[in-house]
Design a protein around this ligand. Structure first.
Ligand SMILES: [Zn+2]
Ligand SMILES: [Zn+2]
Length: 273
């Protein structure tokens, strides 16, 4: 089993050390475990986000994070878990320069790109859902998917994380979404970026994998490759609902997933993980 998206205590809103995640992976039959801690927020982004210190590891801990994952990889070798060291990066315009320079300094296995903020609003934070009432939902979704496409077009990330995160609290536009999804898939396909099938949505109010069935089908049609991840913020969530991810992928028409090592993708057949 593959899980290419887990966090640790270092982002300040998850629990568990890297070693605890590796031990949980071994218990659950996860053979490839990718750590993707939230990269320290760009100072310009942190300045516009209330409570920014709770969303990512501090800049001073980036080297410690990498060292902690390397140590956990030693434990993984003994337990039969291959450990990869990656990062999840916020790709909003004010953060791009910081992201590029941070990533230049470190050789990660995989870089996940995310949109968690719209004009400084952490729209996926359960403590900040009041802001939804200030938006027309259709306009909000168009804005979110435009930001996601722009994030993919930066070329900074290997994989776009939780591609329809905006559905998390069930604020879904009343009209059809097929043209929005088709256009998103078209733009993503043109960038060469992959998208992850992220099972965390099943633990949230939306009760649905990110991306949902319709969007995943459009992505498959457009030829966008995929990875799989639990987005675990607790060791007990490692490998969460992997069977549901496999079923969703097969239903959408996927035959393989990607694993990244040293930012180079390798295809793994769907039945082999
Ligand atoms: Zn997180
Ligand atoms: Zn995320």
């Amino acid at each position: 089993m593959i899980d290419l998206h887990v966090h640790t205590w270092r982002c300040r809103h998850a629990v568990g050390t890297a070693e605890e995640y590796v031990r949980a992976a071994a218990e659950r039959g996860v053979s490839v475990l990718g750590f993707t801690e939230h990269l320290p927020l760009a100072p310009a982004l942190a300045a516009e986000v209330p409570g920014a210190e709770g969303y990512a590891m501090p800049e001073s801990e980036l080297a410690d994070y990498i060292a902690e994952v390397r140590e956990a990889a030693e434990v993984g070798r003994r337990l039969g878990v291959e450990v990869l060291c990656g990062v999840e990066v916020d790709l909003v315009p004010v953060a791009l320069e910081h992201a590029r320079s941070s990533l230049q300094a470190v050789a990660f296995d995989v870089v996940l790109g995310s949109v968690h903020f719209i004009d400084g609003w952490a729209f996926d934070d359960p403590a900040r859902t009041g802001e939804y009432d200030r938006w027309d939902t259709t306009v909000l979704w168009e804005r979110y998917f435009a930001d996601l496409a722009a994030a993919a077009e930066t070329g900074i990330a290997d994989v776009m994380a939780h591609a329809d995160l905006i559905k998390k609290f069930c604020r879904v536009p009343p009209g059809p979404l097929d043209s929005l999804y088709r256009e998103t898939a078209r733009v993503l396909a043109g960038t060469g970026v992959a998208v992850e099938v992220n099972t965390a949505g099943l633990r949230k109010p939306c009760r649905e994998i990110y991306p949902g069935r319709e969007l995943l089908r459009e992505l498959a049609r457009a030829g966008v490759p995929v990875t799989v991840g639990s987005d675990a913020h607790d060791p007990s969530e490692v490998g969460f609902a992997a069977e549901a991810a496999r079923t969703a992928l097969a239903d959408a028409g996927y035959r393989s997933v990607l694993v990244y090592r040293g930012r180079v993708p390798e295809e793994v057949p769907l039945h082999a993980w």
